[in-house]
Design a protein around this ligand. Structure first.
Ligand code: NAI
Ligand code: MG
Length: 372
């Protein structure tokens, strides 16, 4: 028996290429793990009408955690057209398997570290080291949406805000509503994780990014909870900023920030901007983490035009492997891997196209292995 069982989900496009790189590195590290292949992605949507088959969920339930490459997804109508002929017209609708995984396994933390490794020509600044904690299961992405506007909802909205009468003459099919749901439990657990991380890795501040002056109830709850949680971490300072101003400050003084915590959509935005500050998609890794299960992935998609060409930068994937190793408690291996990645970046000899080089995905992996 191996110590760990890791669900192996390459998915589509360059997901397959970068997962091959991950395997080269994991084998070199000699992690005591069994890698269990699991089907996910476009191929399974087309063939079976489900991009996240039940057998994959069954495998995940027997695993310590999962590693995921990337998937292709397409708009509703296009997705329906690519279904196998025998599945067409059955009312099957496509939904993102990675969003599905987050919900099914309650992976409420989306952890997105953004560190500028010295020597990366794509760095916006060289001293950036920030980590975004994005709430992954609720907020504006809770999936409670209305169109056309039901009459009873209009009545309730007007009851709670008399100024809603200004929409009185607009017909229901010309109004759409998405609900921003924040629960105290959701707020507390993501903010607590952010503070725990700051304490564990020595970050002096946690910045809560919200908009409580306008979103009084939802951002207001995030703020109240953050202040309560912060009391248990006297050594860490809580900063509170507004999402709009934070976008300016991230560009102006990115090195001021350590751990950033925020709700789902704001986190989506902050983390993409932060990723670009340290080299963009080729460097952005993320962990989807719950209480006892997690799935680690590069943030990028399947980049179909590069599929199977081994051109993609595997760094994002390998940094996701590093996150996984940390989560497993294999901190020495995680550090060794990060050091090796940093050395290859600093040397600048083996670089994929996005960094101005012409090395392949696997050449980068082998260069990192040499430094281990
Ligand atoms: P993408 O992230 O796949 O690629 C956008 C562009 O970024 C690529 O064309 C390439 O120029 C560059 N890029 C991405 N990863 C790179 C890497 N590792 N190294 C070097 N360059 C890299 O996003 P796009 O083109 O919007 O979406 C393609 C497909 O991926 C779509 O079907 C989309 O739905 C899906 N997608 C999946 C995600 C996931 O699996 N988590 C996330 C984002 C998109
Ligand atoms: Mg995003």
């Amino acid at each position: 028996m191996t110590k760990y069982r890791i669900a192996w989900m390459p998915g589509d496009g360059i997901g397959v290429d970068v997962m091959e790189a991950a395997r080269i590195v994991l084998d070199a590290l000699e992690l005591d793990a069994e890698y269990v292949p699991a089907d996910i992605g476009w191929e399974f949507w087309c063939r079976e009408g489900n991009p996240l088959p039940q057998r994959t969920i069954d495998i995940l339930q027997t695993c310590t955690c999962g590693l995921f490459g990337a998937i292709t997804s397409k708009p509703k109508d296009e997705a329906a057209l690519e279904l196998a002929p025998e599945l067409q017209g059955k009312g099957l609708t496509y939904s993102s398997p990675i969003v599905g995984l987050r919900q099914l396994f309650d992976l409420y933390t989306n952890l997105r570290p953004c560190k500028a490794y010295p020597g990366n020509p794509l760095n916006y600044r060289d001293d950036i080291d920030l980590v975004v904690f994005r709430e992954n299961t609720e907020g504006l992405y809770s999936g409670v949406e209305f169109h056309p506007l039901p009459g009873e909802l209009r009545t309730i909205m007007t009851k709670y805000n008399p100024r809603m009468t200004r929409f009185e003459d607009i017909p229901g099919d010309e109004i759409s509503v998405s609900l921003r749901v924040i629960t105290m439990r959701g707020a507390r657990r993501i903010i607590k994780k952010a503070f725990e991380y700051a304490r564990q890795y020595g970050y002096p501040t946690v910045t809560l990014v919200e908009k409580p002056n306008v979103l009084r109830e939802t951002s207001g709850m995030m703020t109240r909870v953050a202040r309560t949680v912060a009391k248990n971490f006297p050594q860490i300072e809580l900063w509170e900023t507004n999402i709009d101003a934070q976008m300016m400050w991230l560009l102006k003084n990115p090195d001021d920030y350590g751990v950033i915590v925020t709700s789902n959509m704001f986190g989506d935005i902050v983390s993409d901007l932060s990723a670009q500050l340290v080299g963009g998609l080729g460097f952005a890794s993320s962990g989807n983490i719950g209480d006892d299960f997690a799935v680690f992935e590069p943030t990028h998609g399947s980049a179909p035009k590069y599929a199977g060409q081994y051109k993609a930068n595997p760094t994002a994937m390998l940094l996701a492997v590093k996150l996984m190793l940390n989560w497993l408690g294999e901190t020495e291996m995680a550090e060794a891997l990060e050091t090796a990645i940093a050395k290859v970046i600093a040397e600048g000899k083996v670089r994929t196209y996005d960094m101005g080089g012409d090395s392949s995905t696997l050449e980068v992996a082998h260069a990192i292995v040499e430094k281990l």
